[in-house]
Write a protein that binds this ligand. Structure first.
Ligand code: AMP
Length: 297
């Protein structure tokens, strides 16, 4: 029996292919590529929400065939309990992907992505891009992230890679990786999808208690206020105020930095960069949330 099967969704009268094996996926995609189809790729870790689906929709708008992967990558978790607690909801994910007519889901096991005997390490240096912000608090995270993204790109060989602005530093590092690898894959940045009250959608939000969930809008409100303060205050003053503001509700902010969107380095004045982004990470109880906002473009 072939190691893939079709899921028929009668509500949508749409068929999505689900592959678990690299070989089967590649066999299918090779045929589609030979027919001239432009392939869009959306890598995810599952526990899907509207943010992920917006990437799929954008891929479907721009490409002939959309591949989504669901893989909780162990090499990018520096905290094993975070890896264990990461939500896994494959049944719901398949229904959501079918509802937006995703063409292909790649859902591999760890041994399929990292087979014994295959060297999947990526010896790239990201310099200061990877040592600031998330890099300071999650050592090794970006090496693991780049390793899996590059491995998945080698498997899928897409024309377009779609990623969210939600993980701004990740996206900047992937852009740098594609440049270093001299890849032709076009990286497309998709906007942050938020809940009605402004909280950025995240697979981790479902781990918040009701009280934490309601209070966590402080992160978005602080980003908005930071943008308003831009005309009158310095980046340092705003960052300091923002850290205190987030902490005032009992949250534990790790950083709130106003950076040059290309170098990710802190800026002293708003005139110092063409693209200015405020990035933040904060612990809300046991859950670590990240968010960002473009302040100037
Ligand atoms: P993850 O499953 O968290 O690894 O995310 C997979 C992709 O979805 C990444 O490119 C994220 O940046 C993107 N993403 C996650 N949350 C959102 C969101 N709220 N809005 C837009 N994109 C998102």
């Amino acid at each position: 029996m072939r190691d893939f099967y079709q899921k028929h969704c009668f509500n949508y009268k749409f068929t999505m292919f689900l592959f678990k094996k690299v070989e089967d996926l590649q066999q299918y995609l090779n045929t589609k590529r030979a027919e001239g189809n432009v392939i869009g790729f959306v890598p995810t870790m599952g526990a899907l929400h509207e943010g992920h689906l917006s990437l799929i929709r954008q891929s479907k708008d721009q490409c002939d065939l959309t591949v989504c992967s669901i893989f909780v990558n162990p090499t990018q978790f520096n905290d094993t309990s975070d890896l264990e607690k990461y939500p896994r909801t494959i049944g719901v994910d398949i229904d959501l992907l079918t509802s937006v007519q995703t063409d292909v889901l790649f859902w591999p096991a760890v041994e399929e992505v990292y087979p014994a005997g295959l060297d999947t390490s990526l010896n790239l240096e990201f310099g200061d891009l990877a040592t600031v912000m998330e890099g300071r608090f999650r050592p090794g995270h970006f090496d693991g992230m780049a390793q899996v993204v590059w491995r998945l790109l080698c498997i899928v060989e897409p024309n377009h890679l779609l990623m969210g602005q939600k993980d701004f530093q990740q996206l900047t590092i992937v852009r740098n990786m594609l440049q270093q690898m001299q890849s032709n894959i076009e990286l497309i940045m998709c906007p942050i999808v938020r809940e009605e009250d402004g909280l950025a959608m995240s697979s981790r939000n479902r781990r918040l208690s009701t009280e934490e969930r309601n209070a966590s809008t402080i992160i978005y409100r602080t980003l908005l206020e930071a943008k308003e303060m831009l005309a009158t205050e310095t980046p340092q003053k705003i960052s300091q105020w923002a850290m205190e503001n987030i902490a005032s509700l009992g949250f534990r902010p790790e950083y709130f930095e106003i950076v040059d969107g290309y170098t990710l380095q802190r800026i002293d004045t708003f005139e110092a960069a063409d693209l200015v982004v405020a990035c933040t990470a904060a612990w809300v109880g046991e859950v670590r949330l990240i968010d960002n906002m473009i302040l100037k473009q």
